[in-house]
Design a protein around this ligand. Structure first.
Ligand SMILES: [Zn+2]
Length: 299
């Protein structure tokens, strides 16, 4: 099973987003033989015309020229240097490559991606480039009749994705998130499922699945982006829900079974995860990829 990953995803800056989680997740996948080293594919840089599918010319210019202002850093809520911008470009290229693999082989795994707070003309919430919006629009450019469902189960709303993809009749954005945390101003997805703080895993999973089943039967997607945020975890420092690791495994299993039952092609991205112990975040991302391989992988 191929998987997209770059060691350049690890950035040495002091920040609550511990970027070494990607490296550690990839390492665990190798150690436990879920993937083999020769199947790891390094992402390529996205093309400028691909970035322009989802972002404004002004923002794309700032990214490619690597010239962010202090205000841009404040809005993105993270220190931005050339390594950071380069890594974010690679994450975008990686999700685009995972989508190409999914088109050909059915499943595209990305040990990265899911920068869902990036807006059309500014970065936000640790995100600079909306890789899923770019990749979804790129698929539509090549396959205009494809019906694309974005399932965003990060604990924070996929506000940037919702805003950028709004009005695309062949794209449905579904975000299930906590209502009381970031982003303070929620966007309008095609469907938003909001939870109160502390909701249990069983209630979360039941509600997510009931709604997803309805969406699959009415929208009839051909292609799914699954943004499998690990920050729904009870011990996440930036989340406020109460899911155990077992609940999250069940969540992923149900999503992948639904994708399989509906014969959809799928891309899996990691998105957020800020558990007090990084090993927990890594284990959750590991479990997601393992489950995707078990249920949707063919080789
Ligand atoms: Zn998040």
């Amino acid at each position: 099973m191929k998987i997209i990953y770059s060691p350049l995803y690890t950035i040495e800056v002091a920040h609550k987003f511990k970027t070494e989680k990607f490296e550690k997740t990839c390492g665990l996948l190798l150690k436990k033989k879920v993937i083999s080293a020769e199947k790891i594919i390094e992402p390529e840089m996205p093309r400028e015309d691909d970035l322009l599918l989802a972002h404004s010319p002004g923002w794309v210019r700032k990214i490619l020229d690597m010239k962010m202002t202090p205000e841009d850093e404040l809005t993105a809520e993270m220190p931005v240097n050339k390594d950071v911008i380069f890594a974010h470009l690679l994450h975008c290229g990686g999700t685009c490559m995972a989508a190409e693999i999914a088109i050909k082989e059915g499943l595209g795994l990305h040990c990265g991606g899911g920068a869902h707070h990036a807006h059309k003309n500014y970065g936000a919430g640790f995100c600079l480039i909306n890789d899923i919006a770019v990749a979804a629009k790129k698929i539509l450019r090549q396959n205009p009749k494809m019906r694309i469902l974005v399932i965003d189960l990060d604990v924070h709303q996929g506000d940037g994705t919702a805003e950028i993809l709004k009005g695309e009749k062949n794209i449905f954005t579904f975000s299930a998130h906590s209502k009381n945390i970031y982003p303070p101003r929620k966007a309008k997805s095609s469907f938003d499922l909001e939870f109160d703080s502390g909701v249990s895993g069983s209630l979360y999973n039941k509600s997510v699945m009931e709604n997803l089943e309805k969406i699959f039967s009415s929208f009839k997607p051909d292609f799914v982006f699954y943004n499998a945020g690990a920050d729904v975890y009870a011990k996440d420092t930036l989340g406020d829900l109460s899911l155990t690791m077992g609940d999250i495994e069940k969540r992923d299993e149900m999503v992948f079974e639904l994708i399989k039952r509906n014969s959809c092609k799928a891309v899996v991205t990691m998105s957020g995860g800020y558990a007090a112990d990084i090993k927990d975040t890594v284990k959750i991302h590991f479990n997601t990829i393992k489950k995707a391989v078990e249920i949707l992988g063919k080789n």
